[in-house]
Design a protein around this ligand. Structure first.
Ligand SMILES: [Zn+2]
Length: 185
């Protein structure tokens, strides 16, 4: 049922619409790269109204000591200030990774019109992968969802990050062990 819906929406999308979606996703990707630079999980998001970016964000939970500082959260907060409104009625949120349950809730509260995401998050994604909170039938507000825009690019940024982090942890453990060995000698 869901897959046919996705196919329909891609089929009616014009070439210009597709190019626009990719351009905004590319900006979200650049923001994700900024998160990576400060060792945060590389996720970036932008909010677009009338073809213009009005809010940007990237993951900063560790930096800000704030578990809610996800890319979507920061982008929507900024958009709210730009609009001077707590509703984002005609806006689209572009995010490099499928939103988590917290951000899915935020999208409903913000009354955002459309969600476009890059990579799917099979573990915690709340737009259909692990939970289906964005398009849940119990919500009065319906959000149009589109997935897979620049998906490969967005997901390789994430997997490279996790790979690097695993290596760093391994190296640290190794160094610690070596130190312990010299201490006991
Ligand atoms: Zn989130």
């Amino acid at each position: 049922m869901k897959s046919t819906k996705v196919i329909e929406s891609t089929a009616i999308k014009t070439r210009e619409e597709k190019a626009l979606d990719e351009a905004f996703m590319l900006r979200a990707y650049e923001l994700a790269q900024q998160a990576e630079k400060i060792n945060e999980i590389p996720v970036g998001a932008v909010v677009v109204a009338n073809g213009k970016i009005i809010g940007e964000g990237f993951n900063q939970s560790i930096t800000l000591n704030d578990p809610s500082a996800h890319a979507e959260m920061l982008a929507i907060k900024q958009a709210g200030q730009a609009l001077q409104n707590y509703r984002m009625l005609d806006c689209t949120l572009y995010v490099t990774l499928e939103p988590c349950p917290m951000c899915a809730g935020l999208l409903i509260h913000s009354r955002i019109k459309r969600l476009v995401f890059g990579a799917s998050d099979l573990k915690t994604g709340a737009a259909g992968s692990a939970f289906d909170l964005v398009e849940h039938e119990k919500h009065n507000h319906k959000i149009e969802v589109e997935q897979g825009v620049l998906a490969e690019q967005c997901s390789s940024l994430l997997s490279a990050f996790f790979k690097r982090r695993r290596l760093e942890i391994k190296e640290k453990k190794k160094a610690l062990k070596a130190q312990q060995n010299t201490n006991t000698r």
